[in-house]
Write a protein that binds this ligand. Sequence first.
Ligand code: NAD
Length: 363
Amino acid sequence: MIVGILKEIKVKENRVCMTPAGVKTMVAAGHELLVEKSAGVGSGFADEEYVAAGATIIDTPQEICEKAEMVMHVKEPQPSEYGMLRKGQILFTYLHLAADEPQTHGLMESGATCIAYETVQNADRSLPLLTPMSEVAGRMSIQQGAKALEKTNGGLGKLLGGVPGVAPAKVMVIGGGVVGVQAAKMACGLGAQVYLMDINLDRLRYLADVMPANCTTLMSSKGAIQELLPEMDLVVGAVLIPGAKAPAVITREDLKLMKKGAALVDVAIDQGGCFETSKATTHEEPTYEVDGIVHYCVANIPGAVPMTSTMALTNATLPYALELANKGWKKACQDNESLRKGLNVHEGKLTYKAVCDAFGLEY
Ligand code: NAD
């Protein structure tokens, strides 16, 4: 199959949907790879590396879309790209259609077969193409929280790990899923005293088994959070109720219980945020202060580390891209139920129930 790798054009997006190593695997399987000029530069991959891996560099997205039987992206196609897609062509990328009516209509009008990374789902309900970005965001949350605690950034001026003779900081992580575990592991590794909270007792049992000794697992509740807040230096919000807006686990009133200069990092901000005082911020201006508490609420945390994020994403997407290219979308979706769940649009029709529901359309 001819596979096109498009350059990201969404503002400040530096990831790319396939590494040169991924291209090499696809080429070895007999596919022809067309890579848009400079597509990998933001992630540290030069055009020469793609050529060495067996790809052809193409100047324009138009030319790629004309030739390719499958086009890949990281972020959803932008309005200028809808018209380049066509019937009989596969689009494989993050789409997030339920929150984007113009794009949904654009893709329906294109006639293309659109498979969304974010709705590819395993039998255990896990989302294999979202997990790598949650892993990156979880790890980054502690790095960013540590920075927010620095005095020059409005924080307490406290080092997470302390030093010999000086106690480490206390870190609360609310939500023990993918983000929460990676956050807790990083904080533990830096030597902080960590409290990892969840509402799922089975999950807490598992976490208590696998987390290091400086991590205490706790059943999450309003009372338990309020009891601990006065001692906490950093709180990471990592809760998710699938398909719903995040619950406000810390309210504005609760901020009064905290030390001035303590920090809140709300990773769940992309689902509306799990602290009442959270509002989305950007990498340019990542923090703001409410009642003396530093807030970090960046909605696309992995965007700050495109080199790592690109490699993590390709590790996860490549087996699916390969299956689509080897078998074509129909056979690939018949054989692989997880991939079939990724199918959102086909020849002008919406094929994913939650997206139909979002626009009041029949499934
Ligand atoms: P996950 O489903 O793996 O984990 C969520 C956990 O929260 C579950 O274990 C669940 O039991 C727990 N939970 C639910 N309600 C709770 C409550 N009231 N108190 C305590 N725990 C509760 O989800 P995840 O992959 O870890 O993602 C977490 C959030 O991070 C999501 O909102 C996701 O969209 C977001 N995220 C943000 C970014 C970013 O750049 N900002 C990147 C990736 C993920």
